[in-house]
Design a protein around this ligand. Structure first.
Ligand code: GLN
Length: 200
């Protein structure tokens, strides 16, 4: 099993470390590599899109022609985990309360409407305990940094976690998106959950 972490911008190394740890805990023989080019993206079995700045990740992915490759691969069933900016990249539509609809390159494979910077800016970042609806994973520490929220969840989408009634993690078949950063929480259980979905 070869898992790629999209390497344009954001907390790439943190995802590499958390994924390696998850593979080790699950005793799964697999590798984790930072990927960027269309060729590298064609060779992986699953992809993680890190948190960071979605306009930068999207702009660079468009520029080097990997955006359409990622989109095709996800549409053809490749498992993908997007965290924070990574989740924004997956969304069909995004807006910001201040500037309105954000015209930015997106993968548009996850049928949700996302509000960017929904919990405020950098200094309003926080950590909190989340209610999670994944078997065996009922509570999780959520690290929120200039985090988005999921405003509309369309048909066929499973809610995985909520915060004060707001949806903050979803799954649509092979696609998992979180508004928070499991890679920064020191807890690899969400990565383990993702790894287990690969090949299933
Ligand atoms: N606010 C960032 C964006 O809109 C996301 C922040 C993050 O990934 N921590 O892309």
């Amino acid at each position: 099993m070869k898992i790629g972490v999209l390497g344009f911008q954001g907390d790439i190394e943190e995802h590499v470390a958390a994924t390696k740890e998850a593979l080790k805990k699950l005793k799964i023989d697999g590798s984790v590599a930072v990927v960027k080019t269309p060729d590298e993206l064609r060779e992986i079995d699953a992809l993680i899109i890190p948190g960071g700045e979605s306009t930068v990740i999207g702009g660079l992915a468009l520029f080097n022609k990997s955006l359409s490759v990622i989109k095709d691969r996800i549409r053809n069933g490749m498992p993908v985990l997007g965290t924070c900016a990574g989740m924004i990249m997956l969304a069909n539509r995004t807006y910001d309360r201040v500037v309105g609809e954000t015209k930015q390159p997106l993968l548009a494979v996850l049928d949700v409407l996302v509000e960017r910077n929904s919990f405020g800016r950098q200094r309003e970042s926080f950590e909190t305990e989340l209610e999670v609806s994944i078997n065996g994973l009922e509570k999780l520490k959520g690290v929120f940094i200039r985090a988005p929220s999921i405003r509309e969840v369309n048909q066929g989408i499973e809610t995985l976690a909520k915060l004060d009634g707001q949806v903050v993690a979803v799954r649509q078949n092979n696609i998992i998106g979180t508004c928070f950063h499991p890679e920064l929480s020191g807890d690899t259980r969400l990565h383990e959950y993702f790894v287990k979905t690969i090949g299933s």
